[in-house]
Design a protein around this ligand. Sequence first.
Ligand code: TYM
Length: 332
Amino acid sequence: MNRIFSGVQPTGNLHLGNYLGAIRNWVRLQTEYDCLFCIVDMHAITVWQDPKELVRNTREVAAGMIASGVDASKHIIFNQSTVPAHAQLSWIFNCVARMGWLNRMTQFKEKAGKHKENASVGLYAYPNLMSADILAYKATHVPVGEDQKQHLELARDTAQKFNIDYGVEFFPLPEPLIFGAATRVMSLRDGTKKMSKSDESDYSRINMADDADAIALKIRKAKTDPHPMPDGVEALEGRPEASNLLGIYAALADQDKAAVMSRFAGRQFSEFKQELVDLAVSVLGPINGEMQRLMADPAYLDGILRSGAERADAIARPIIAEVYDIVGFLRP
Ligand code: TYM
């Protein structure tokens, strides 16, 4: 059976990259797969989180998923810490994955920066928890943005090493699903940097919670270059901001980038930006409205998460019991 698992960190500022790179694709895949969509609060605390904010952000991500069209009655939305399997399996994977594999993870290097000695142990072991998330449900497919590809390769290596070490064919090797015109949305302030929740400048990203005025302002202020709109793929060379804005337009309009480029070739950025504002507001406006409505009803959101946790736990519990038997953990 094909099963999807994917996750988002509740670290605030759910943004357009999360939507176009991941959540929108989830909505499209939910007709073909059984899905688990997880708010990964245990991943979030690998860097400091204010406890009250973490609670609020957890509900906000749930609201964002539902407002984007995830069907919580057919699929499972839950927060990671409610299901013990994640912590249980991640410890076993800490003992399967090798230091050398984790040392190669570019996300750790980026996040730990120059102060590696000061980073939490959790930040280093983060990819093992991610492998556990996926494999505790024997998920076969994982829709993510481009930046998670390396972590998924590690999840595949870990599943394979577990199977070989214990002489079993137990875990599937999960396949990444990375598709759409915006698998890597870049910052609006610097087209060479990924759009990210943690960028200091709020002008670098469009948040899913932004209203129409904020979206318009951010797009108008987005960095461009002095040339007119490019007129072919080669003309994008060395123009990361133009490339990024065209990619965002194409993804929001559900067209390919080449078609969008030929439509705007030679025109001024100001004209293009006005059309991008209209498009972004027409797609994100209704989602934003629905998010606000849901956020005003935390009891409803908590009910969805509670039911999701029960259903997720029912899938993972027997899988973890089998893993314990395979590993030789006595269950007296
Ligand atoms: P997170 O919370 O950073 O991002 C959530 C999803 O959004 C995608 N994404 C982007 N896509 C395109 N352009 C961007 N600028 C951009 N920024 C983020 C991410 O690729 C991701 O799909 N480690 C994961 C969460 C996680 C997970 C998992 C994912 C934990 N366990 C298991 C899949 C399966 C993360 O930090 O995502």
